[in-house]
Design a protein around this ligand. Sequence first.
Ligand code: SF4
Ligand code: FES
Length: 201
Amino acid sequence: MSQVRMQIDGKEVEAAEGTTLLEAAERAGISIPTLCHHEALEPFGGCRLCMVEVESRGWAKHVVACVYPVEEGLIVRTRTEKVERIRKTILELQLAHAPHSPQLQELAAEYGAIADRFESDASFCIHCGLCVRYCAEVKQLDAVGFIDRGVNKEISFLPEIAAKECNGCKECFPLCPTSYLQAAFVLVEALTFRGNGQSAE
Ligand code: SF4
Ligand code: FES
């Protein structure tokens, strides 16, 4: 695989063609915050927290680092004033949904995000999709999926699969940036399982 040369935050970096800016930055020891990225999963680009500024031939724009491919001669800036402002706003929007998430609180402290800037809408799930994609891509089970769209979008366990598979797995639980996933599982289990791995009639 051929290599491309770029600059990230002033540092000369070499990266394999076909990899992403996020991967190149991580290999160079430059940290970019993420909420929906997992190295075992296909790039998703959902949360936008990994936004960075890129400059090519004198033109600058903002891109999502976890899906944007490396490119010869690219100049990448991961912590400009505007990038930090974008991340702060994204975190404030997420905090309105999940104010008690330790991961969000930690990021909020780093970016100066204000927890109550937006009206609280404690839906708890921030739609990062980690649970859904992990179950589909790694476990190939689809025990959990998204239902509905837009503001009504939410995750839902499929009782007939979850009853058989989830108690022995639960690998998605620690991936969730909020406590919602586990709560949703406990609820569906209480409503539809017997606690012995069998689904209710
Ligand atoms: S339940 Fe958690 S892991 Fe699943 S999409 Fe929502 S925030 Fe992400
Ligand atoms: S980590 Fe890149 S969009 Fe979520």
